[in-house]
Design a protein around this ligand. Structure first.
Ligand SMILES: [Zn+2]
Length: 101
């Protein structure tokens, strides 16, 4: 898994951990992104697909901070799930973008 995640001009440290990630209110989460500490924490307990979706979800939160989207949790989940499925289902296009974009 990756050690860092770059979003625009910002680079986050990606930190795996066992057990849920707890937010400031003590809620148990699969992951959490912090613009304040530039860290993305995620749990390695669930299957790899859930971990990957979590990292993309946290990346969307990071994009919201970086590009001032101001989206809420529901919209972050919608965008992350949509982009995750698009990347997975369009490997050739994604490869073309990576090689030519
Ligand atoms: Zn979220």
């Amino acid at each position: 898994m990756v050690d860092t995640m770059k979003i625009g001009a910002t680079t986050y440290e990606v930190l795996p951990q066992t057990g849920f990630v707890l937010n400031d209110r003590g809620d148990a989460l699969f992951g959490q992104q912090s613009y304040r500490s530039l860290e993305v924490r995620y749990t390695t307990d669930p299957p790899i697909q859930v971990q990957l979706k979590t990292l993309l979800h946290e990346a969307v939160h990071g994009m919201s901070d970086e590009y001032v989207w101001g989206i809420d949790e529901t919209m972050a989940e919608r965008i992350a799930n949509g982009v995750y499925a698009f990347i997975r289902d369009n490997r050739e296009l994604v490869t073309d973008i990576l090689e030519n974009g």
